[in-house]
Ligand binder design. Structure first.
Ligand code: DP6
Length: 325
């Protein structure tokens, strides 16, 4: 009873920011992402009757503590779903997601874990079912089931049965690129989970965030369909700014940005002044991701690398969905 799955991470162009149910991981708003080929996790799950508890090895190291708890609790969910009783597993993961790049490795991590854990147990799941299961590990991970452009439908039901991701356009639809800009001193102080909870509960700006989502979604979906880069970039950047604005209205207020974050944002805006279309987006941390078109790759990479406090720039294309190895 063994299987290996590979999942890519994704970057949200319309952000998931807030839960209506913490336990089931049900979001307050739809989100939309692009899957990235440069960042992925490969996970092997092997169930073994001889084990008395789960084992988790990540990049060759045995993991204990909070990260282990999250994996074993997730496997409890799969065991319950597949009626596997007390069948424990050996989980071996490798991350091709430089943690310093500020990409949620939890997105590719939970997608690969859900896929390998169901496959190894011979549990037949549709993509929708797999997305729902993955969502319960980490919300943004439910979008990594598919390649290309993906929307997570928030759903309205209390039990979460209508909250899952759907493919909008496949990987081949459109060759846009994403540069992950790695900054010096990237210690993340407030996790996305904690940050979004504080924002939902206390931010005066949270209602404003929610009220803008439907229009942003309509706009970005039209832009993706028509491959209108400026339209997609503009709405993605604006949506990111609105998400981050909610943190300033929280009690106590906080921000994920550092001075280096803002310098990179300015670099991107200056590229546009020189008629090079590039747009930024930022998740729950200081690092910046930059959207650009293939023909501008050299100038975008060089300009980002020349920005003060940028330690690395990692380029990525649109990636594929889950695969089994
Ligand atoms: C800012 O998916 O990491 O990256 O569901 O609590 O595990 P949990 O949160 P997570 O949050 C991601 C938030 C974000 C925006 C996004 O990816 O949509």
């Amino acid at each position: 009873m063994k299987a290996t799955a590979k999942a890519h991470t994704n970057i949200a162009l319309i952000k998931y920011w807030g839960k209506r149910n913490d336990a089931l991981i049900l979001p307050t708003n739809n989100s939309l992402s692009v899957t990235l080929d440069g960042f992925y996790t490969e996970t092997t799950v092997e169930y073994d009757k001889a084990l008395t508890k789960d084992e988790f090895i990540l990049d060759g190291q045995e993991i204990t503590g909070v990260a282990y708890e999250r994996v074993t609790e997730y496997l409890n969910l799969i065991r319950k779903y597949g009626q596997l009783g007390n069948l424990f597993a050996r989980v071996n993961s490798t991350n091709a997601v430089p943690t310093a790049a500020g990409f949620a490795s939890s997105a590719s991590g939970f997608a690969a874990l859900a896929a390998a854990a169901t496959k190894a147990a011979k549990i037949e799941v549709s993509d929708v079912e797999l997305s729902k299961l993955t969502r319960q590990g980490s919300g943004s991970a439910c979008r990594s089931i598919y390649g290309g452009f993906v929307e997570w439908e928030k759903g309205n039901k209390e039990d979460g049965s209508d909250s899952y991701a759907v493919a909008i356009e496949p990987q081949e639809h459109w060759d846009i690129r994403v540069a992950a800009v790695v900054l010096n001193e990237t210690e993340k102080e407030i996790s996305s989970r904690v940050g979004m909870k504080r924002t939902v509960e206390t931010s005066e700006f949270y209602d404003g965030w929610l009220s803008g989502i439907p229009a942003d979604l309509t706009e970005i979906k039209a832009g993706i369909k028509e491959k209108d880069f400026n339209r997609v970039g503009a709405v993605a950047e604006a949506n990111c700014l609105k998400m981050h604005a909610t943190t300033l209205g929280a009690k106590p207020p906080f921000t994920y940005w550092t001075d280096a974050t803002m310098r990179v944002m300015q670099t991107v805006q200056n590229l546009r002044k020189k008629d090079i279309p590039a747009y930024f987006t930022i998740d729950a941390g200081p690092n910046v991701k930059v959207l650009y078109q293939p023909e501008n790759e050299a100038i975008v990479e060089q300009t980002l690398r020349e920005t003060t406090d940028v330690s690395d720039v990692i380029l990525s294309r649109v990636g594929a969905g889950i695969s089994y190895l």
